[in-house]
Design a protein around this ligand. Structure first.
Ligand code: ZN
Ligand code: ZN
Length: 265
């Protein structure tokens, strides 16, 4: 089992240093972990209203700390980042990421224009918008993210549902259209168990989405999105059960941006 989505206290809204996350991973019997802390938004040319990522000045220390941990750890430790996708900022994003040797890069959408729709303090805005349009806007960004070729993994694919706002109309066409594009882009989908800890209480992506991924043979990997050490591998027994019931036989692992499929044990 791998947990490919761990944060650290460097992003400012998580607790614990990498060694503390590693200790829990070892205790829980994981074979591999990956740190994917929030890449500094300022380096992407975006100024958030509230700081939610590492500061640019922290990035080198983060990279060095994970590299140091790799040498001491008894299990494989991967160096990654979770990077926001902003349309129009693709070449800048590519450039700034190319300076580092990451094992994989998770691409995520947390912003619609300048609204961090995943932030609990900004949740009220869902009451003021047209949810059908918001879903359309969100999945258009996800499709652009996939086709940009910048990222190896798409993070929490349907996090737009975080606060349990769902379209009034059937949105399965959006799921199917998105899956076709993910397949074309050859990008991996993260099964992110933090959805079970969010108000929606559903895995990201949901079971229907995952069944479409399975049908289309889109690779998946596993991440807890832990923001505290005790959240490492949280919900993984359920995730594994769902994946095997849906017929998934393998999960994706990464080294130096190269994907390898491993049996789902
Ligand atoms: Zn995220
Ligand atoms: Zn995250």
């Amino acid at each position: 089992m791998v947990d490919y989505h761990l944060h650290t206290s460097r992003c400012g809204h998580a607790q614990g240093n990498p060694a503390a996350y590693l200790a829990v991973a070892v205790e829980k019997g994981l074979s591999e972990i990956g740190f994917a802390d929030h890449f500094p938004l300022e380096l992407l040319g975006f100024t958030p209203q509230e700081p939610v990522t590492m500061q640019a000045a922290e990035l080198d220390a983060y990279v060095n700390e994970i590299k140091q941990l790799q040498k001491q750890a008894d299990i494989a430790v991967k160096l990654a980042v979770e990077v926001d996708y902003f349309p129009g900022k693709e070449s800048r994003t590519k450039d700034v990421l190319s300076t580092y040797e990451f094992d994989y890069i998770i691409g995520s959408v947390h912003y619609l224009d300048d609204w961090d729709f995943t932030h609990p303090a900004l949740q009220k805005r869902f009451d003021e918008v047209n949810i059908d349009e918001i879903y359309q806007q969100y999945f258009t960004l996800i499709q652009q993210l996939a086709l940009s070729g910048i990222f190896d993994v798409v993070g929490h694919l349907d996090v737009i549902k975080k606060f349990s706002y769902f379209p009034r109309h059937d949105w399965s066409f959006l799921v199917e259209e998105t899956c076709r594009i993910l397949k074309k882009a050859d990008i991996c989908v993260e099964v992110n168990t933090s959805g079970w800890r969010a108000p929606v209480k559903e895995v990201y992506p949901g079971v229907f989405f995952l069944s479409k991924c399975q049908e289309m043979n889109i690779p998946v990997t596993l991440g807890s999105d832990a923001h505290r050490p005790q959240e490492v591998a949280s919900g993984f027994q359920w995730a594994k059960l769902i994946l095997s019931k849906l017929g998934f036989k393998e999960i994706a692992t990464f080294s130096a941006r190269k994907r390898t499929m491993r049996p789902l044990l």
